[in-house]
Design a binder for this molecule. Structure first.
Ligand code: KIV
Length: 587
């Protein structure tokens, strides 16, 4: 189902295409193009030459963001919720993971293929799995996605001189042979949709690229993806690269060209748009732009740029994204990954629609278009409250479940019970419960993956007259209660030290941050911490080097902080390092 949003406050493009619908409404709102029907899916062909496929790799490249790694349970849970949200956004392809990298990744990809990639909904996305160019990776990828209605294998090998020589230690000819034989191998397993990526294409020799891409196409690739793996190119350069590939690669007219732009120079969105303008018809993106190092092209930026300017400046290019789900997708990814977006982030940052200066405010009061090029409604920022449910202290479990569904969270069973208890506590103390309160509570409740220690009670004293002290009571898995008290430089420090006295695992607090998720004195405080084990002799080197995040939400900032810390500790204590063979996922 493509988006059906038609009304906007924004200027209309003078060049509307044939099957574009114009709607006009009153109160100064002008019309924009209604989204066109999504063309039917054929792996190597898009019937409408202006349609751009959106390939979301939040669950794969996004998960490679430092600090965003997850435990197995967490991964499965998050993958399910996120993939559902991606399906609501109506992305064309979900790259669900890298099945050969760990059992957890394999299970998550298979679950997404079975649940999100098969039947039911109006729009069923392609489910894609990443694989290096070797038989085991490709078999694992196929095993994980084959149950999907539209399964895809994405295989890659590096093609730049520096990668071939130092990383792969292979000759260019060996790389070509590998690419050709592994694309053919993927096809031979029965997969009709195979994407091939020459890693570090942005720094690869052009003639070599044309040749290896041509060989991959001959071997059966249906999409050729062009990664600017280290985010090195400038927009004109990347656009030219795509144009050159389009003109010089044998067989390219029979496949889809794709972009995959990293953000090392802050140019990933610009490069992606330049690529699309030059002929790419698939864009690889992540929600909030998360990903390896400086991240990837951000889905919301690329999609909204195409939606706002595609008609005028990009030959009518359009996507099938239901942009009203962008805000919720962004919040979900922020919560699940623990990677907070900066307030001035384009499209989804907290300030993206805030007008501070007097001149701007005056302009906005006179006409919204003076300082807004996108209306907040278009990205779902002003919620329509579709269900009409307003939650308060008298609301029941059923209403909470329905409201959470509206927000994009499908929660049942024990998780719903836990959330309901927390919701009732907040509702007793707070007049109006906002969507943001609920999102804060849900992430706190659900992502305490495994409960090793549970917060029972906490009491602090602090202020200028005495040392801060905290007394804390925790229960272990057997329900046995332990109590400790400590002093500290402030109430949170005292509380964390008291927790340490009970848990007795040396930990370094790497990061601590707190946000109020609504305005006013009765705001819910969300805390996020990142911790690391502090003993070199930790059960294995992996646990020692890994950081574990925890979130907490409560109206009391010390309680919120304690919950976050205990959540991170639980994650760390429950962490199972992947087996040796599973950790060789060097991309
Ligand atoms: O950045 C990159 O090169 C990749 C490829 C696997 C597409 O992520």
């Amino acid at each position: 189902m493509a988006s059906s949003l038609c009304i906007s406050r924004h200027p209309i493009s003078p060049r509307l295409s044939n099957n574009t619908t114009l709607l006009r409404s009153t109160n100064l709102r002008t019309a924009v193009r209604c989204s066109l029907p999504r063309p039917g899916y054929v792996p190597n062909h898009i019937p409408d030459p202006r349609y751009v496929r959106v390939f979301d790799t939040t669950l794969r490249d996004g998960e490679q963001s430092p600090g965003a790694t997850m435990t197995a349970d967490e991964k499965l849970h998050i993958a399910r919720q996120l993939a559902r949200q991606l399906a609501r956004l109506a992305v064309d392809v979900i790259e669900a993971g890298f099945p050969a990298s760990s059992a957890a990744d394999f299970d998550a990809v298979r679950m997404i293929a079975a649940e999100i990639g098969s039947a039911g909904a109006d729009h069923v996305p392609v489910i894609c799995a990443l694989a290096r160019c070797n038989q085991r990776d490709i078999e694992r990828a196929w095993e994980a996605v084959r149950v999907a209605m539209k399964p895809r294998i994405h295989t890659f090998i590096a093609t730049s001189e520096i990668h071939m020589k130092y990383k792969l230690k292979m000759t260019p000819q060996q790389v070509v042979d590998k690419a050709r034989s592994m694309v053919a191998y993927a096809r031979s397993l029965g997969c009709h949709d195979v994407e091939f990526s020459p890693e570090d294409a942005g720094r690869s020799d052009r003639e070599f690229l044309y040749m290896i891409l041509g060989e991959a196409i001959r071997a059966g690739a249906t999409t050729i993806n062009i990664p600017d793996t280290v985010g090195y190119t400038l927009p004109t350069e990347f656009g030219q690269l795509i144009a050159d590939i389009k003109s010089n690669t044998p067989g390219v007219e029979n496949v889809i060209i794709s972009t995959h732009c990293q953000n090392d120079l802050g140019l990933s969105t610009a490069n992606t748009l330049a690529g699309a303008h030059a002929g790419a018809r698939q864009v690889e993106v992540t929600v909030n732009g998360i990903g390896e190092r400086a991240g990837n092209a951000s889905l919301e930026e690329v999609v909204m740029a195409l939606k706002s300017r595609g008609e005028q400046l990009l030959d009518g290019l359009y996507t099938g994204i239901n942009t009203q789900h962008l805000t919720m997708a962004s919040k979900m990814v922020e919560e699940y990954s623990g990677l907070r977006i900066q307030p001035h982030k384009a499209i989804v940052g907290a300030n993206a629609f805030a007008h501070q200066s007097g001149i701007h405010q005056d302009g906005m009061l006179k006409h919204k278009n003076t300082y807004e090029i996108i209306s907040p409604e278009e990205i779902g920022l002003v919620r329509s409250n579709e269900s009409g449910i307003v939650l308060g202290k008298l609301s029941g479990r059923h209403a909470l479940k329905a409201k959470m569904l509206e927000l994009g969270y499908d929660i049942d069973g024990k998780e719903l019970d836990g959330l309901f208890t927390r919701f009732k506590t907040v509702a007793r103390n707070k007049k109006g419960i906002t969507d943001n309160d609920l999102i804060a509570l849900v992430s706190d409740e659900i992502f305490q993956s495994q409960v090793v220690w549970k917060l029972i009670d906490i009491q602090v004293t602090c202020g200028t007259l005495s040392l801060s002290t905290a007394t804390i009571k925790l229960a272990n898995v057997n329900g046995e209660e332990h109590m400790a008290c400590s002093v500290g430089t402030g109430p949170v420090d005292a509380a964390y030290k008291a927790v340490d006295l009970i848990v007795k695992v040396p930990v370094v607090l790497v990061e601590y941050s707190m946000n109020a998720v609504a305005e006013g004195i009765d705001a819910t405080a969300t805390t996020r911490v990142l911790i690391r084990r502090d003993d070199a002799a930790a059960s294995n080197g992996v646990a020692a080097s890994r950081a574990f995040s925890g979130t907490g939400a409560a109206m009391d900032i010390v309680v919120s902080s304690a919950r976050a810390y205990i959540g991170a500790l639980n994650k760390m204590l429950g962490f199972q390092a992947p087996a040796k063979s599973e950790t060789t996922n060097q991309l």
